[in-house]
Design a protein around this ligand. Structure first.
Ligand SMILES: Nc1ncnc2c1ncn2[C@@H]1O[C@H](COP(=O)(O)OP(=O)(O)OP(=O)(O)O)[C@@H](O)[C@H]1O
Ligand SMILES: [Mg+2]
Length: 312
């Protein structure tokens, strides 16, 4: 039976976070890692879906000792996965948190390169996973070796298998990915501005952006705006969610948590407003933690009471 939500992370990473107060360029620091976690945007979505008790499976490319670490980590967290094993080693990303200046500096490796044969075999694995899935969530950037049209191709495969696609990426893979009609897009402000080549700095511009994106043939849009909340549009209704002011520890992965919350709700309720509220709630709760996706259910319940939704 089709009941699983499939998350795709093409280029996962071990996320290493260190805290260095008064961080300066050109200096040496001897700090202990604060956390070492299985990272990647689709993995973050899976982690939050797990917290929300929604059946899901994480897939993408994985390889080498870093890949093994990620798989061990996912097994410990009881996140189901079915990754395609590649020859090269999965990447590691470094985040430096400066507790004094409250800044975050990130160094992101490019990641391993996949071969044409590996890509072809991945498509087979992906197609078999679609047979059990209701929704597929594509999160994060492309992996070296794959064409920028990769999401467009995978969305087409999903369509043929009657699986609804949700796309959350940026850069060239986003611009190429949207050249196809599909279920849902979740851009943040910068990504929406990139697609439409406009500056979104007012409510009128938010509306213009949502109409513009809907005209591309995307059924549901959720535009997330960090601490300013989010707006959703499905061609009939436009709903805005205002979120409470919180002591944000790290905004990394808020968009991933948003998608998990939104789809967890939408797959049950099919209601735009309720799903927007659930998404914004998961996103805001995620900002309270250092590690993406490690949300606390009691925080989630507390935040939920403070989220206001309104039709506009
Ligand atoms: N500082 C914040 N305070 C309160 N809520 C926040 C904050 N940052 C993010 N959120 C919540 O998370 C949602 C998604 O955030 P955002 O727009 O930053 O996503 P994003 O840029 O796609 O993030 P990422 O790509 O790192 O996952 C917002 O709609 C909001 O509900
Ligand atoms: Mg994002």
């Amino acid at each position: 039976m089709k009941e699983t939500i499939l998350t795709i992370t093409l280029n996962p990473a071990i996320d290493k976070t260190v805290r260095v107060d008064n961080f300066k360029i050109g200096k040496d620091y001897r700090e202990k890692a604060l956390s070492l976690s299985a990272g990647g945007k689709g993995i973050n979505v899976s982690r939050v879906l797990n917290k929300l008790k929604v059946k899901n499976i994480a897939s993408g490319f994985i390889g080498g000792s870093n890949g093994s670490f990620i798989k061990d980590q996912l097994a410990k967290e009881k996140i189901r996965y079915s990754f395609f094993q590649i020859k090269e080693n999965t990447r590691m990303s470094l985040t430096v948190l400066d507790g004094k200046s409250k800044t975050i500096t990130r160094v992101l490796e490019r990641g391993p390169e996949v071969s044409p044969t590996e890509l072809k075999s991945f498509r087979k694995l992906f197609t078999s996973l679609l047979k059990k899935s209701t929704y597929v969530i594509f999160s994060g950037r492309n992996i070296p070796g794959a064409q920028d049209t990769i999401y467009r191709q995978l969305i087409e495969l999903a369509k043929r298998n009657r699986v609804r696609s949700i796309l959350d990426t940026s850069g060239p893979a986003l611009l190429k990915g949207i050249r196809k009609k599909f279920f849902m897009l979740k851009p943040n402000l910068a990504e929406a501005e990139q697609i439409l080549n406009i500056k979104i700095n007012s409510l009128a511009k938010v509306k213009q952006a949502l109409y513009g994106l809907h005209n591309l043939g995307i059924e549901v849009l959720a535009l997330t705006m960090g601490s300013k909340g989010a707006v959703a549009y499905d061609g009939k209704e436009m709903v805005v969610a205002r979120v409470p002011k919180v002591k944000a520890v790290s905004p990394v992965g808020c968009g991933d948590a948003f998608i998990a919350g939104f789809i967890a709700s939408f797959s049950r309720s099919k209601n735009l407003g309720q799903s927007l509220k659930a998404g914004a709630c998961a996103g805001t709760t995620n900002a309270l933690n250092i590690t993406p996706g490690h949300i606390n259910i009691s925080d989630l319940r507390r935040i939920s009471k403070k989220i206001k939704i309104k039709n506009i």
